[in-house]
Design a protein around this ligand. Structure first.
Ligand code: HAM
Length: 415
């Protein structure tokens, strides 16, 4: 066999899977602490679901084909439409607010760049059936607490928050019409990434005059509490959510930033993205309120494993080894093997991780293997100790040795 995985697809060697499992475990643990239940859906869905719900950008990136039953299908590029379908199917029976999370693998045919692949795993946390801004704060707090649980602080990551209703109110009070809003959102979304003259051209093409175009750039520049004051009543929910985060002690992580619009079509209210504080990487997470997708108020976020994994490695807080052996067992002579095997199995039954050489070799060879496997100690069974019910425990780091009763090895020695 030769060759490579497809571009944008990953092989997970054990060290890569260690990192992925660490992220999944942290996601599950924090979601659990916030009272979220886990769900899942199918990786293949009807194409129509995304053309109707996700919006242009994602639709262009779909992996799509016609199946043998002549259905137009697509690999899921995001979880939100599946979630909406699942909730809609049981909407009467489900207790509200629904607090659900999922960790789907998603597929998007993206232009490859740092932090963007063609498959990724994405934690989704969503609340359905609650209109209060405390629900928005709840999700933002969970996203921040995941960062904290992974060892990242406010100097590493920042949550940038906005509200499409605030943007709408600021833009319309400056002469932008309802019909022109979509372009304004698209321009503001790109305002930090795309040169101004390109954006001005975008506005001109959709019929913007000079003053309205200037208003779009003005609004994109508003930061912090100024943005809230300028928007008046439209900013109340955002103000309340930010206050709640401050009350939780998470204020240092939060920045009000009206350039956060989000690319997906369905957002209607507060929107947010989590970035590395230096902003050298793509977004770690993004989400917001999408009250129009279901007949219920709804909100959620997605957090990918790619950028987050890179950031953890960069900050030196990624886990290294996936298994930690308690001991490596060594049989001195061939006749010590059965005792060694019995002990190895008994230790495994007690939940202690042990290994031994899978073919008999000299003691030195076995000890070399023990060190190569990263075992902290070797448990050596020789003829004399065996008769006395003992084993020699050698600390492979300190080089010290002690004789320990086998009974004790099985009962508490490794705790
Ligand atoms: P999204 O902003 O498209 O939102 O994706 C959320 C996060 O998934 C991004 O911030 C990024 O970390 C990760 N991500 C997205 N695309 C890629 C990619 N090609 N490669 C690596 N990572 C990627 C959504 O998908 C919404 N459905 C989230 C949501 C849930 N909104 C409400 N509920």
């Amino acid at each position: 066999m030769q060759g490579k995985a497809l571009p944008g697809f990953r092989d997970f060697y054990p060290e890569d899977l260690t990192l992925r499992n660490h992220l999944f475990a942290t996601w599950r643990s924090v979601a659990g602490r916030y009272g979220f239940e886990e769900y899942d859906g199918p990786p293949l869905e009807s194409l129509e679901m995304y053309t109707k719900k996700s919006g242009e950008e994602i639709v262009q990136q779909l992996y799509t084909f016609r199946d043998k039953g002549d259905r137009e299908v697509a690999l899921r590029p995001e979880m939100t439409p599946t979630l909406a379908r699942m909730v809609a199917a049981r909407v009467q029976a489900l207790k509200k607010p629904i607090r659900w999370f999922s960790i789907p693998q998603l597929f998007r045919y993206e232009r490859q760049q740092r932090g963007r692949l063609r498959e990724h795993f994405q934690l989704n946390m969503d609340i359905i059936g609650e209109a209060s801004p405390l629900a928005d704060a709840e999700l933002m707090a969970a996203a921040v607490d995941i960062m904290r649980a992974l060892g990242l602080g406010p100097k590493d990551v920042q949550l940038r928050v906005s509200d499409r209703r605030v943007l709408k109110s600021l833009l319309m009070s400056r002469g932008v019409t309802e019909a022109q809003l979509a372009t304004a959102f698209a321009v503001i979304d790109r305002s930090e990434r795309v040169p101004k003259n390109v954006l001005e051209e975008m506005l001109r093409e959709t019929g913007y005059g000079k003053p309205e175009a200037a208003a779009v750039f003005d609004v994109a520049g508003l930061r912090g509490k100024d943005a809230l004051t300028a928007a008046g009543a439209a900013a109340e929910p955002l103000g309340e959510a930010v206050q709640a985060l401050e009350a939780m002690g998470l204020g240092e992580f939060v920045a009000i930033d009206l350039t956060i619009v989000r690319g997906l079509a369905y957002y209607t209210g507060i929107v947010f993205e989590l970035f590395d504080a230096q902003k050298t990487l793509r977004a770690i997470a993004g989400g917001g309120r999408y009250d129009g997708l279901l007949d219920l108020p709804a909100l959620g976020f997605g957090m990918g494993d790619v950028v987050l994994g890179e950031l953890l490695k960069e900050r030196g807080v990624a886990p290294k080894a996936s298994i930690e052996l308690g001991a490596f067992l060594v049989a001195v002579g061939g006749e010590d093997m059965p005792t060694m095997l019995r002990l190895a199995h008994a230790m495994r039954e007690k939940g202690i991780a042990v290994e031994y050489g899978l073919r008999h070799a000299g003691v030195r060879k076995q000890l070399e293997l023990a060190s190569a496997r990263g075992a902290p100690r070797a448990v050596i069974i020789g003829p004399e100790e065996r008769k006395a019910g003992l084993a020699v425990v050698r600390d492979l780091r300190a080089g010290t040795e002690a004789k320990v009763p086998i009974d004790k090895l099985l009962n508490g020695y490794f705790d």
